[in-house]
Design a binder for this molecule. Sequence first.
Ligand SMILES: Cc1cc2nc3c(=O)[nH]c(=O)nc-3n(C[C@H](O)[C@H](O)[C@H](O)COP(=O)(O)OP(=O)(O)OC[C@H]3O[C@@H](n4cnc5c(N)ncnc54)[C@H](O)[C@@H]3O)c2cc1C
Length: 381
Amino acid sequence: MDFGLSDEQQLLRRSVREFAEAELRPHVREWDEAQQFPREVLRKCAELGLMGIQCPEEYGGAAMSSVDYCICIEELARVDPSVCLSVAAHNGLGTAHIAAFGTPAQKQRYLGPLARGEMLAAWALTEASSGSDAGAMRTTAARDGSSWVLNGTKQFTTHGRSGDVVVVMAVTNRTQGSRGISAFIIEQGTPGLRPGKKEDKLGMRASETSEVILEECRLASSQLLGAEGHGFIDALQVLDAGRIGIAALAVGLAQGAFEAARHYASTRRQFGQPIATFQSIRAKLVDDAAKIEAARLLTFRAAALKDGGQRTTLEAAMAKLYSSEIAVRAAENGVQIHGGYGFIKDYPAEKFFRDVKLTTIGEGTSEIQRLVIARQLLLAS
Ligand SMILES: Cc1cc2nc3c(=O)[nH]c(=O)nc-3n(C[C@H](O)[C@H](O)[C@H](O)COP(=O)(O)OP(=O)(O)OC[C@H]3O[C@@H](n4cnc5c(N)ncnc54)[C@H](O)[C@@H]3O)c2cc1C
C-alpha cells in the first residue's frame, strides 16, 4: 500500500493549483455574482488537458488515471467549486459516457473537439418528476423508420444551454422498465432541441444549469449511444465514476474553506490575541483537517480501485457520502470562524458555504448514497 503521490502527480497538483490561482481566483466573485458561465476559461482548461482528462490519447485526450482526475478536480474546487462543477460534469458525465459506450465513429466525431474544449458536453438524466428515481423518466424516443423522435423535458442539466452536445436518456420501451431506456447524442442546433429555463441558484452559480426541451426532435439512428435499452444501465456506471469526481470536488472545496479559515484565525485578533489561540476555534480547524484527510483517502481509494479495473459502486458512494457531508461541516465552520466577516462577500467563506450544498445533492443525494451503500452491504452478507 502506497499513500504517496508520484513525482508526476505532485507536478500535476502544482500545475493545476497554479492555473487555478492565476486564472480562476481573480474572477471567482465576478462570475458568481453575474451567474456568468466562463466559457473562455474552459478553453484555457483545455490547454492543460482538463477538458479531456481521462479521454484516450488517440482522440486528443490527456488519458490520465482516476487518481489523477481526482487531483485535478480537487485543485480546481479548492479555488472555484462552480467552475470545477462544470469541468467535472463535462469530463465525468457527457464525455465519459461517449468515451465508454460510443461507437468508433461517435468517438471520432466528438471526443477530439470535447477534449480540446471546442465542444462542451451536457448530460441529461434528471426530469422534473424523476430525480432520485431517475428510471421513472417520461422523455420518450420513438422509432420512425430509420430515425428516432424524442419528446420530453429534462431538468437541472449542467450546460443545458451552452452544451454543444447533450447526452440524453429517454424511454424507448416502456414495458421494459429501466431496461427500456436508451441514451442518445444530440448536437446543439438539431431541430426540436431547445433550452428551457435557466436556473437562478443558491450556489455553483458560475456553472450553468437549465432545462432541456425536446419537441419532435428527430435523430439519425447513428445518434443512439450504446445498445438500445442499455442507456440507464450505462448511466449508472457513468455515475459510479462521476461520484468519485464529486467526492474529489467536495474534498477540494473543504480544503479551500479550511485554508481560508486557518488564515483568518491566524490573523484576526480578539482579546489581544489571534483567535487561533482559542481552544474552540482550534478544535474546529483540527476536526476539519482530520476529516478532510479521511475524505481524501476514501476518494483516492475509490479512484485507485477503479484504476485497477474494479467496479466501485460501494466505494464511490461511500467516498461521495462522506466527503460531501464533511465538506458541508467544514464550510459551515469556515463561516463561523470568520464571525460576521463569514457572512459577507468580501471573504471567500460565504461562497464555499453556498456552493458546498450541491455536493450532497448532485449525482445522487446523501440519502440515495446511503441506499446504494446499504444495498451493497446487505448483498454482501
Ligand atoms: C446544480 C445542479 C446541477 C445538476 N446537474 C445535473 C446534470 O448535469 N444532469 C442531470 O441529469 N441532473 C443534474 N442535476 C440533478 C440532480 O442529480 C438531482 O437534483 C438529484 O439527483 C436529486 O433529484 P431531485 O432534485 O429530483 O430530488 P428528489 O429525488 O425529489 O429528492 C428530494 C428529497 O427526497 C429524498 N429521497 C428521494 N428518494 C428517496 C428514497 N428512496 N429514500 C430516502 N430519501 C429519498 C432525497 O434524498 C431528497 O432529500 C443537477 C442538480 C443541480 C442542483
